[in-house]
Design a protein around this ligand. Structure first.
Ligand code: F6R
Length: 618
């Protein structure tokens, strides 16, 4: 949550620092969009700030109306409000004397710190926790005359989560950052350097990045990057090259990032499968650095994740249990963390996260490791915290996901979890090599099939537009179709603000059928008739039951499944595929539906209200 960008460049003042900051904020706006602001420092001790409630466009308008002086240093912030509503006063940067600060996270002890500052006569201009940090930094700078030392001192007094960037009017060639349980990466330029919540902040300027460790302070000048601990000892970041470029983070002709990312899905799945086998066709997952003997001894797998990533875990459960004969539990990370889960050295915990920064998931990862479990992360974002704190990582290669609602990351997460399941089955001897190869071949056929679903999506869009005034939509599924139904409902809730619920179709008669009244739209995800027959026929019976009570049934079924036709008001056919892989296809019409319906309602599908892409607070 909150996007952060920092820049230092040439010693001669220019427009570049502001341009870099605004461009970075534009790319980071998906992280939070309640308000935005910048602070610029120029030679000669000028510190200027502009900030506005609302989207970045408001700030840009303000800057056009009241331009700031040319500068050598900039910091910029796009906010997702925690303490204090989204107002101009609460927008970042916060200023105290000659210091300006931006912050992502929550300072949990800010009340205590604020009381002490108030008692000293400090006046506050906002309701934020961040302003406390600005005052503390200004005081520490006055005492030390060094922004890095001041930041180290202040960081040691803060509890909670934070990424902080600070500038000082007397240091026109320096930005200092600090991170604790919140993301911050460095972009390495030529005669200029960058800081960002993620690499998107500076991707159009450099792909050379430095990953910072936990509890580190970084000081950037045009020609140097210095990393220290909060205690002031020298430390090092990890250098890496970003494997995607600025074009991947643009809309590429689509009307929204969400629409683009839905269409990126064949590529996301193909890229996630790429390079995972050796010359003999055996599955090799290079990034899994957990001893094979440990993986062989695993007697339980627990998947921890939130939201869409948790639904990916639920889909994977069916496949991993089937292939590996190991029990798989899927649990929301925040629930896992605050109960007393039974995990030990023989438990493999799989943490699934697009951003790699979700605080709920990170806390659960730490908890699992404390209990002795090995943690394997399935993550999309390189340089993020969860992989660094896990025992192993399996990266999804979905590329940058900018739209707040997850789409391509979901498909890539399922794909990666399937690779993990097959790898374990191979390692533990549950499957012969040729069986693994057969399933891998089926997986490799998926991108082409996903493309077919996208090519056929015109009718889904039409129906979505007709249904723009709908108040409530239900989704039913069974087996792997159940998490797909829940994901379809989540997409509709978050994008179109429509009441939507996903149910296990078998649960219908145990309560939810009472919701059915004439005209109630119900999506039904139907399993393949070529799979276990009882599954298919049971779902067809469910469709009949709700149809008999007046429901408007919209059915996702496999090509050739004529049995559903008589009971369906609409059928969207998807290509034939083995049951366990079907979610990779069945979810696509549901994503398209939610995106189109929300667009028809005139809503911003990339930045739905109240949400942020990366949930870095608990
Ligand atoms: C829904 C959505 C969220 C995320 C969840 C976890 O469309 O995007 O439910 O899936 O916040 O985020 P990550 O995967 O970054 O841990």
């Amino acid at each position: 949550m909150c996007g952060i960008v920092g820049y230092v460049g040439s010693a001669t003042a220019s427009e570049r620092p502001l341009e870099v900051a605004i461009e970075g904020l534009r790319r980071l706006e998906y992280r939070g969009y309640d308000s935005a602001g910048v602070a610029l420092v120029g030679p000669g001790g000028s510190l200027e700030v502009a900030k506005k409630a609302g989207k970045l466009a408001n700030l840009v308008e303000e800057l056009d109306a009241r331009p700031l002086a040319a500068a050598t240093v900039a910091i910029g912030h796009t906010r997702w409000a925690t303490h204090g509503g989204p107002t101009d006063a609460n927008a970042h940067p916060h200023v105290s004397g000659k210091v300006a600060v931006i912050h992502n996270g929550i300072v949990e002890n800010f009340h205590v710190l604020k009381d002490a500052l108030l008692a000293d006569g400090v006046e506050f201009r906002s309701e934020t926790d961040t302003e406390v940090v600005a005052h503390l930094l200004a005081r520490a700078y006055d005492a030390t005359k060094d922004l890095t030392t001041a930041m180290q001192q202040v960081a040691r007094t803060l509890h909670g989560t934070f990424t902080l960037l600070a500038v000082h009017a007397d240091a026109p060639d320096t930005v200092v950052g600090a991170r604790h349980d919140s993301p911050l990466v460095v972009g390495l330029g030529d005669g200029e350097n960058f800081l960002g919540s993620d690499v998107a902040a500076f991707i159009s300027h450099t792909r050379d990045a430095l990953e910072l460790g936990q509890d580190q302070v970084v000081t950037i000048t045009p020609t140097a990057v210095e990393v220290t601990t909060f205690a002031g000892e020298a430390a090092e970041g990890r250098h890496y090259t970003v494997d995607w470029d600025a074009a991947a983070a643009e809309k590429g002709g689509f009307r929204s990032f969400m629409d683009k990312e839905i269409h990126d899905q064949p590529q996301a799945v193909a890229d996630t499968l790429l390079g995972r086998t050796d010359t003999r066709g055996r599955l090799v997952l290079d990034e899994i650095r957990i001893d094979e003997s440990v993986l062989r001894a695993v007697d339980k797998i627990v998947v921890i994740a939130c939201g869409t990533a948790a639904y990916a875990g639920q889909v994977a459960k069916y496949a991993i249990e089937h292939w590996c004969r190991v029990p798989v539990e899927v649990e929301l990370a925040h629930e896992f963390r605050y109960r007393d889960p039974v995990v030990d050295e023989r438990t493999l915990v799989v943490a699934v996260s697009q951003s790699g920064e979700t605080m709920d998931t990170l806390m659960a990862v730490r908890h699992a490791r404390e209990q002795g479990a090995k943690v394997l992360a399935i993550v999309n974002t390189h340089g993020s915290t969860i992989p660094r704190e896990s025992d192993a990582v399996l990266y999804t290669h979905a590329g940058p996901e900018i739209a707040v609602a997850s789409t391509k990351a979901f498909l890539a997460q399922i794909t990666a979890a399937y690779l993990l399941g097959l790898y374990l089955a191979q390692l533990r001897g549950n499957k012969y090599a040729d069986e693994v190869t057969e399933i891998l071949d089926e997986l490799r056929a998926m991108p082409e099939k996903i493309q077919q679903v996208l090519d056929r999506a015109g009718r889904v869009r039409e129906i979505a537009r007709w249904m723009a005034d709908t108040q409530s939509v239900l989704f039913l599924g069974r087996h792997v179709g159940y998490p797909v139904a829940m994901e379809g409902a989540l997409k509709l809730k978050e994008l179109a603000y429509i009441h939507a619920e996903g149910f296990a179709a078998g649960e219908l008669k145990h309560g939810p059928i009472a919701l059915i009244e004439p005209g109630q739209p119900v999506f039904v995800v139907v399993p393949s008739p070529r799979g276990r027959d009882s599954l298919h026929s049971k779902v067809v019976s469910n469709i009949q039951e709700i149809r008999a009570r007046g429901a408007r049934t919209i059915v996702i079924a496999e090509d050739g499944d004529e049995a559903v036709r008589p009971f369906a008001d609409e059928v969207f056919y998807v290509p034939q595929t083995p049951t366990l892989l079907a979610p990779l296809l069945a979810v696509v019409p549901l994503q398209v539906f939610a995106c189109e319906l929300a667009t028809a309602k005139g809503l911003d599908v990339d930045q739905p209200r109240n949400l942020a892409k990366s949930v870095t607070v608990e």
